[in-house]
Design a protein around this ligand. Structure first.
Ligand SMILES: *[C@@H]1O[C@H](CO)[C@@H](O)[C@H](O)[C@H]1NC(C)=O
Ligand SMILES: *[C@@H]1O[C@H](CO)[C@@H](O)[C@H](O)[C@H]1NC(C)=O
Ligand SMILES: *[C@@H]1O[C@H](CO)[C@@H](O)[C@H](O)[C@H]1NC(C)=O
Ligand SMILES: *[C@@H]1O[C@H](CO)[C@@H](O)[C@H](O)[C@H]1NC(C)=O
Ligand SMILES: CC(=O)N[C@H]1CO[C@H](CO)[C@@H](O)[C@@H]1O
Length: 435
């Protein structure tokens, strides 16, 4: 609406101008001075209209940056709702600006209007760039990096909380995959201070990109698109709150669906190369009697682009999303979908994927991860942990650390984790062991 009002204004000014010019030709010279005054007034008006730019000023930062995300963890509904608002209003503002700009270009062919155009043009630039940036930055990163394999991680929390443990996941990943690429989808890490955190890796020539997600672009043409639209509309009601947490579950599915590759949570120690694994998901628990998996997990996903199982996961997410039940849209979701496949006529072979046993990625259950952090007390414990280490090296690709359970634990010297770190590190300085 603003845009069209503006256009009317411009059209009006133009016809006024043309009228005046045509009058100049047939009027006596005595009136010329008066006309000059009129023109002066007109000009000052058109300059003045620059300041009456109807496009509302755009708030410079989207809502998902760190301080606000921190709030998401600690505070209640009210500040969260208000922090979500700028994001969607930002999208609207971008649309309006683009529209206004396009219409203006059509109407104003006269040079004097050039200055006027600059205002929306320069304003539009940063926003338009942000929306373009995701696609072009990822594409240029991939085309210049010649990636042996492509890893994705998402970081939805603050920059400050991306700590030694998270950095070590990246470290161990590159230790086993020095020629791979890592795309860290994150609002907080895609900034100057984030670049500093990743600098030790980039300085070594390791290929890592931290990039802000453009959700609208990422979800486009999947069943997540409509869900996201609904979410954005619903965001104004206080019901749906820290969407970023739940979005991470969806983001990993859609990123793999669009690009293919390996998704990894940030609480892993990677032990060996995953490049020979294709279209796999890991079981986290097995039924002791039937030996069938009883729970899958979505902390590691390795899938080709456009894989039908990912499509089913995304569909399930959009249909059955429930922001109030823990795990419902994550580990339980993948378990639910795969279990359904096995009981229906199609099987996992039809869809072309396999379920790896817990030893692959989840060798320690979350209830038992504690003992991995403790040093051995006596000889039998030493023997036991030595045996465990041998098994890990033999059967495990990575060890999930269950950050929720383990982040407060200290790594005791000689513990299993300590020994895994000492063989999976790149920098191997003392700070690696202090998490
Ligand atoms: C499906 O069920 C069969 C037989 O019960 C089992 O052997 C197979 O591992 C199951 N597949 C998955 C993906 O759960
Ligand atoms: C070793 O320590 C564990 C507990 O830490 C204990 O249960 C076990 O009996 C001890 N074994 C020996 C041989 O001392
Ligand atoms: C530990 O292992 C060593 C050699 O493998 C063995 O000699 C020793 O008896 C074991 N100790 C215990 C307590 O099992
Ligand atoms: C240890 O390595 C990290 C990179 O992981 C680096 O930022 C830090 O400065 C190093 N510390 C020392 C003491 O070298
Ligand atoms: C399925 C899932 O992870 N849901 C989460 C959505 O976000 C809320 C708030 O953090 C969590 O409590 C839910 O567990």
């Amino acid at each position: 609406m603003e845009g069209s009002r503006r256009t009317e204004q411009v059209v009006l000014l133009h016809s006024l101008k043309r009228l005046i010019i045509s009058f100049v030709c047939c009027l006596p010279v005595s009136l010329f001075g008066l006309l000059m005054v009129l023109l002066l007034i007109y000009n000052s008006f058109s300059v003045f209209s620059l300041h009456l730019d109807p496009i509302p000023p755009i708030k410079p930062t989207p809502s998902l940056n760190q301080p606000q995300v921190l709030q998401h963890h600690t505070s209640s509904a009210a500040p969260l709702a208000s922090s979500s608002k700028p994001d969607s209003s930002l999208l609207l503002a971008v649309k309006e600006t683009t529209l206004g700009f396009a219409q203006k270009q059509k109407v104003s062919s006269i040079k004097t209007e050039k200055r006027d155009e600059l205002t929306p043009a320069t304003r539009q630039k940063p926003q338009g760039k942000t929306r373009q940036r995701f696609k072009t930055r990822i594409n240029s990163f991939l085309s210049k990096s010649s990636c042996e394999s492509l890893f994705f991680m998402t970081w939805i929390s603050s920059l400050e909380s991306f700590g030694v443990r998270e950095r070590f996941t990246v470290e161990s990943l590159f230790k086993s995959h020095p020629n791979s690429c890592l795309i860290l989808v994150s609002n907080s890490l895609d900034c100057e201070r984030g670049t500093l955190i990743l600098k030790p890796f980039t300085d070594k020539g390791l290929k890592v990109l931290a990039i802000k997600p453009d959700f609208a672009y990422i979800f486009k043409d999947t069943s997540a698109e409509k869900w996201f639209e609904r979410l954005k509309k619903g965001m104004f009601s206080p019901g749906v709150i820290p969407i970023e947490q739940n979005l991470s579950n969806l983001l990993r599915l859609v990123l793999l669906y669009k690009y293919g590759g390996i998704y990894l949570d940030t609480d892993f120690i990677v032990l060996k190369s995953l490049t020979n694994l294709h279209n796999v998901i890991g079981a986290q628990a097995v039924d002791p009697v039937t030996k069938q998996w009883s729970r899958l997990n979505n902390a590691v996903l390795i899938f080709d682009k456009n894989h039908p199982l990912l499509e089913r996961f995304i569909n399930e997410f959009s249909v059955a999303f429930n922001g109030n039940k823990w795990g419902h849209n994550g580990p339980y979701l993948v378990s639910r979908v795969v279990a359904r496949i096995n009981t229906s006529s199609s099987s996992s072979e039809d869809l072309g994927f396999s379920v790896l046993p817990p030893s692959a990625f989840y060798p320690a259950d979350w209830t038992r991860i504690r003992r991995f952090y403790r040093a051995s007390g006596n000889e039998s414990e030493v023997n036991c942990s030595r045996k465990r280490l041998t098994q890990l090296r033999k059967h495990s690709f990575a060890v999930h650390l269950w950050n929720r359970e383990s982040k407060k634990l200290r790594i005791e010297e000689g513990s299993i984790i300590h020994q895994l770190i000492s063989v999976s590190c790149i920098f191997c300085n003392s700070s690696s062991f202090t998490f």
